[in-house]
Design a protein. Structure first.
Length: 175
């Protein structure tokens, strides 16, 4: 399913009722994920929940998590001297961030998956599939990404199948 085919009203309703999952090892600063009923997965930043979430398909999410499990989306260099933290990432100068995003090398695991870029100051950026230079981007500090990746490795982020209860049958009390 293409993310542009979603009915906006239905999507808003599902997101309002969503049960967001995190893998935070402490505090509330983290990548949040929710599985929508229409075969889509949404990502957001817990510190900026008012931003629209990034949406990918279940297939894209599967490709993304497999890449994480295989180590394909690891930061290629050691942390920089002045890394941002989860609480200071919102203080990064917008012009600096825009320049870094424009020059970023984006990694992706398939046409329906999240694209990932590793920026200076230990910032990891996520953007949706088939994104362009002016697309929405979520940024995360290294601690947030570490917790998220560990949650993926531990199996925290999985679609829970809807339970279908069979009709009530006649019960007989046994004495």
């Amino acid at each position: 399913m293409n993310t542009t085919d979603l009915d906006a009203a239905r999507l808003d309703s599902e997101l309002a009722e969503a049960a967001w999952q995190t893998a935070s090892s402490g505090g509330t600063n983290c990548v949040e994920v929710t599985f929508l009923r229409n075969g889509m997965v949404a990502f957001r930043d817990s510190l900026n929940p008012e931003q629209p979430p990034l949406l990918i398909t279940d297939e894209g999410f599967s490709a993304f998590t497999v890449a994480i499990m295989r180590g394909a989306l690891r930061r290629p260099t050691p942390l920089d001297a002045d890394p941002v933290t989860a609480t200071t990432k919102n203080d990064v100068a917008p012009d600096w961030l825009a320049a870094q995003l424009a020059d970023a090398r984006w990694h992706f695991t398939g046409p329906e998956s999240i694209e990932v870029a590793f920026l200076p100051r230990a910032i990891t950026a996520f953007r949706g599939p088939n994104s362009g230079p002016d697309s929405q981007v979520l940024i995360f500090a290294d601690s947030e990404i570490s917790d998220f990746y560990e949650g993926v490795r531990c199996g925290i982020f999985r679609r829970q199948e809807d339970l279908t209860l069979s009709p009530a049958s006649h019960l007989e009390l046994v004495h």
